[in-house]
Design a protein around this ligand. Structure first.
Ligand code: PA5
Length: 452
């Protein structure tokens, strides 16, 4: 895996304050941030960096059972409880190579989506995996109840309970209580690992193993990357480098937007995962950088005009692969037609990577900084490494900003106000507060009447 950052340096851009020297001068702050992170790890307050060294046997064993018993696998979970598994599914699942169950995700509580998924599978051969660390997120609890209701109608109460797996806190929350009371199968989310840092725990590994993805490869890649993240030099530590460039661009040049633009569809969901990690970890106390997802080349025809000539408030990370698992040669069918002739003989893989190079160069000409991360190919080890590098970089960014990257008070408040509006016991005051604010929208209303 390579991280090229030359096009993020002032000399290549012909302008700016982010020089090699500025990067190196950030070292004392990075050392302080790293020591802070290591201390949290050593005291066991923080567990995500220990995940690569876990014994995955219980996860693999239960995944084997599920693969034997079911044809469909529905993941119920949202945010950090579902995005990691979605990245892994999109990047690594090869539908032609094994007989893993079909995979569906109930994250949103869109009634049409939920109904369609439930109607489209044979319920009697479906495993529902409910992932919620807290065991209380409204969306996940509601989708669980709707799914369980449908399952009970299809197979009866007792069998329904054998078709559900919980992934939740080992002690706390209603899902854990239900697992104990009613004998649901359950795996644990380590209490010291937060949702968006949990992809390498049972949260991401169990769905991955059910889908036939090599879990040990993911952990190996993550542990190897973690070693690089221990180096005390910004130009050889990938997490330091990513954190340093984003921090410097934000604080020295007011680049408040971080774009992750992927040039392989298998990596597109990684940008969603990154977006959540960066936003929810760092958006606090008026600080943070707005993460934006873009997909190359499609968004070249949508976003790049803005990135090139709009406000100079962005740093861009391009994520590409060197070798595609397959490629398509473009035939030379019209050698007389200039718009078609030059493509003949090249491959689509060559074209997509040339598009990236052309786009990054055009942006550099306009002074827009970019980093290019190249994976030799998409496999478990590189994905594991990428997750770990970004998790460490995010944690370091939090420390550089002086905020706590591991909480999410804004999300929790939204959850509490929703509980109140939906009548959850103990949240009446929150319900009143939300109702009062929400009704204020009616102080200004414009109605658009459409005639029949
Ligand atoms: O990263 C986080 O902490 C959040 O995105 C959570 O993962 C999300 O809110 C779901 O929470 P839970 O797993 O408790 O249902």
């Amino acid at each position: 895996m390579e991280i090229d950052y030359g096009l993020a340096l002032a000399d290549a851009l012909g302008q700016g304050k982010v020089t090699q020297k500025a990067l190196e001068e950030l070292s004392p702050k990075l050392i302080e941030a790293q020591d802070w992170l290591n201390a949290k790890r050593e005291s066991k307050e923080l567990g995500f960096m220990d995940l690569p060294f876990q014994d995955p046997s219980p996860i693999l064993q239960m995944a084997q059972e599920i693969r034997r018993e079911f044809n469909h696998f529905v993941l119920i979970g949202i945010g950090g409880s579902s995005l990691g598994a979605q990245v892994l599914f999109n990047a690594l699942r090869d539908p032609s190579s094994d007989k893993a169950p079909s995979f569906h995700v109930l994250d949103n509580v869109d009634p049409v989506k939920t109904a369609k998924i439930l109607e489209g599978i044979e319920l009697e051969s479906t495993c529902f995996c409910v992932v919620s660390k807290s065991g209380s997120t409204a969306e996940s609890m509601a989708n669980f109840l709707v799914a369980l209701g449908a399952l009970e109608r299809a197979v009866g109460r007792d069998r329904a309970r054998r078709q559900v797996v919980f992934i939740t806190d080992p002690e706390k929350g209603d899902l854990r209580a239900l697992a104990k009371e009613e004998g649901y199968r359950a795996l644990e989310v380590p209490p010291n690992v937060g949702g968006r840092f949990s992809v390498l725990s049972s949260v991401g590994l169990f769905p991955a193993a059910v889908l036939g993805i090599d879990v040990k490869g993911l952990l190996k890649g993550a542990s190897q990357a973690l070693k690089s993240c221990e180096r005390r030099e910004v130009t050889s530590n990938p997490a330091w480098l990513i954190a340093a460039l984003h921090y410097l661009y934000h604080t020295l040049e007011a680049k408040s937007i971080s774009v992750m633009m992927t040039y392989h569809e298998k990596l597109a969901i990684f940008a969603d995962w990154y977006r959540q990690l960066w936003a929810e970890s760092l958006g606090k106390e008026g600080k943070g950088q707005t993460p934006v997802k873009a997909v190359g080349t499609v968004d070249q025809h949508s976003q790049i005009q803005l990135y090139s000539d709009g406000p100079k408030d962005k740093i861009i990370t391009f994520l590409r692969v060197k070798n595609f698992s397959r490629d398509e040669r473009i035939p030379s069918l019209y050698p007389q037609k200039p718009a078609l002739a030059y493509l003949g003989g090249h491959t689509l893989g060559e074209l997509i990577n040339a598009e990236l190079a052309g786009t990054a160069s055009a942006l550099a000409k306009k002074g827009v900084p970019s980093i290019t991360i190249t994976l030799p190919s998409v496999n478990e080890r590189y994905l594991g490494a990428l997750f770990m590098v970004y998790e460490v970089a995010t944690a370091l960014m939090g420390r550089l900003y002086g905020i706590n990257p591991f909480d999410q008070p804004g999300v929790e408040e939204g959850k509490r106000l929703t509980y109140g509006l939906m009548g959850r016991e103990g949240f009446q005051e929150k319900g009143k507060e939300a109702h009062e604010i929400w009704t204020k929208r009616k102080r200004g209303t414009l109605t658009v009447g459409l005639e029949d």
